[in-house]
Write a protein that binds this ligand. Structure first.
Ligand SMILES: [Zn+2]
Ligand SMILES: [Zn+2]
Length: 327
């Protein structure tokens, strides 16, 4: 197999030839056909997440086909198309696993962060954490759903029954969530970097009622807002934009420090929450409904060996929607 490997934090990934790996008990080997590039991959490469591990193969929006099955795997078949998400393994016995909050497991493994991911021609996955994808939709379009879509879905659920929903940071996740929210009949308000007119236009093409800079305030109060951008300064701005009793959900794994702000912004039962990881139930619920939702991910594809270019373009905001690597 070949992979783009992170050998040293903060340095480019290296195109590497590796021996083929065999799935162990409970594992499958997946021939990767597409792998999305997520902002979390940048945090992995930059060493911004706790306990970074190298060498590691990043990538946790994996679509591929099973080409080897380890002992004890049931319910999956050779050649079946599956998706491998960020949540790569949970312990099953900690208090969080037992209270159906496996997203908070005390001993998890995360694809492309603490176990090798999908910036490769093949990957090994815990079979219990692979989602069967069926045959509807193409591999490249499905890839961004595995994290941008899934985390977006969980964030949307946590945002509650908000008719008027603000999305701060209109990247891969927001561009999918906007489509899901419109399908659910919500009004979407898209917030971008100030002056990013192109992305504001992009948000409007996806059905946003309003789009503007994060420093602007729409004419109407929002019921809830989800912050996908990694900028802590957005927290007080979003709290200011939501009505009494409204919610602000921080959906990113990493954020710069939140500046201090007047208590009045939180007062009147506004809620500030974060979303961490996903559960398998999130994945099953979301992916089951994807064919009806009519989501059309906006993707830019790169050959696998150009992963560093994809990461650089993501960092610089050089494309709208999601980048996908194709081996
Ligand atoms: Zn656990
Ligand atoms: Zn991700």
């Amino acid at each position: 197999m070949r992979a783009m490997v992170l050998n040293t934090l903060g340095t480019p990934l290296e195109w590497t030839e590796l021996p083929d790996r065999q799935p162990g008990p409970g594992q499958i080997r997946v021939k990767v056909t597409a792998c999305g590039v997520c902002r979390t991959d940048l945090h992995v490469v930059d060493g911004e997440l706790p306990d970074p591990q190298v060498p590691i193969i990043p990538g946790h929006e994996i679509v591929g086909r099973i080409d080897a099955i380890g002992p004890g795997v049931t319910g999956l078949a050779m050649g079946e198309r599956v998706g491998i998400p960020w949540l790569g393994h949970t312990c099953g016995v900690c208090p969080y696993c037992r209270m159906q909050r496996e997203n908070l497991c005390d001993h998890p493994a995360f694809t492309g962060y603490t176990r090798d991911g999908g910036f490769a021609t093949a990957t090994i996955a815990d079979a219990r954490f692979a989602f069967p994808l069926g045959e509807v939709g193409d591999d490249v379009s499905l890839a961004p759903l595995l994290c941008a879509g899934l985390i977006g879905w969980r964030s949307l659920a946590i945002a509650g029954d908000a008719k008027k929903l603000g999305l701060y940071g209109f990247g891969a996740a927001a561009h999918i969530v906007a489509q899901v929210a419109r399908w659910q009949g919500r009004a979407v308000f898209g917030f971008t970097r100030p002056g990013d007119v192109a992305t504001q236009d992009f948000a409007r093409t996806l059905g946003a009622t309003w789009a503007g800079g994060s420093d602007e305030m729409p004419a109407e109060e929002l019921d809830a807002a989800i912050i996908f951008a990694t900028v802590g300064d957005l927290v007080p701005l979003a709290l200011k934009a939501v009505r009494k009793g409204g919610r602000v959900v921080c959906a990113g794994i990493h954020m710069s420090d939140i500046p201090s702000f007047p208590y009045a912004l939180l007062w009147e039962e506004r809620q500030l929450l974060s979303v961490a990881n996903l559960t398998r139930k999130d994945g099953i619920d979301f992916l089951r409904q994807v064919p009806e939702m009519g989501i059309v991910p906006h993707t830019t594809t790169y050959p696998l060996e150009n992963a560093n270019q994809a990461l650089a373009d993501l960092r610089a905001g050089r494309f709208d929607g999601a980048a996908v690597l194709v081996p």
